[in-house]
Ligand binder design. Structure first.
Ligand code: HEC
Length: 161
């Protein structure tokens, strides 16, 4: 290809990149409604590794303001919050079911997503973190023990899916 054509192409790419910056992207943090109750050690892990996508306290870093990356980040946050929002805790069936999936999601190495870890090395979970989260997920989604009638509630495993 001629040098002139390369220059024209490069120019077109620069213009296009500039133009897509004008497309509005939702980067809002709605108010925190009700924080999910969790012990401090669990809180610390969730805040470090999960809150950017699963809470209303997203930290929007510089790359989240540059299209087209901003589109991906915004979509992840939207989808993440929809599934599981630690800032809007209603303990609904849906959220509890999702929380119960946490061990599986972590084991499959899906959460936090790899591309997020590539930028946020500090969000990496240690084996100890994983254990803490898994124990929390199991205890939070276990059915509440029946009052009075049975002195010791039988342990029931939560079946996901
Ligand atoms: C970069 C954003 C991001 C981070 C950080 C993140 N998640 Fe997610 N999470 C998502 C998105 C997007 C979805 C929904 C789509 C999907 O399942 O991949 C999701 C879905 C989930 C689900 C539901 C899966 C299902 O199939 O119902 C669980 C559970 C979950 N995340 C747990 C976590 C936990 C625990 C952490 C922290 C250790 C975490 N996530 C960190 C983006 C993120």
């Amino acid at each position: 290809m001629s040098q002139k054509l390369w220059k024209t192409l490069a120019g077109a790419v620069v213009v296009a990149l500039g133009a897509i910056q004008l497309i509005p992207v939702d980067r809002t943090n709605p108010p925190v409604q009700k924080e999910m109750p969790a012990p401090p050690d669990v809180q610390a892990i969730l805040r470090r590794s999960c809150y950017d996508c699963h809470s209303n306290e997203t930290v929007w870093l510089w790359y989240s303001k540059v299209a087209p990356i901003s589109w991906l980040v915004s979509r992840d946050v939207r989808e993440g919050r929809k599934d599981l929002n630690f800032s809007d805790w209603t303990a609904s069936e849906k959220q509890l079911r999702r929380l119960a999936k946490t061990p599986k999601e972590i084991a499959k190495a899906k959460m936090p997503p790899w591309f997020y870890l590539a930028i946020h090395d500090d969000a990496r979970l240690s084996p100890q973190d994983v254990e803490t989260l898994n124990r929390f997920a199991a205890s939070s989604t276990a059915p509440a023990p029946k009052p009075a009638a049975t002195p010791v509630a039988p342990a029931r495993s939560t079946s996901s899916n």
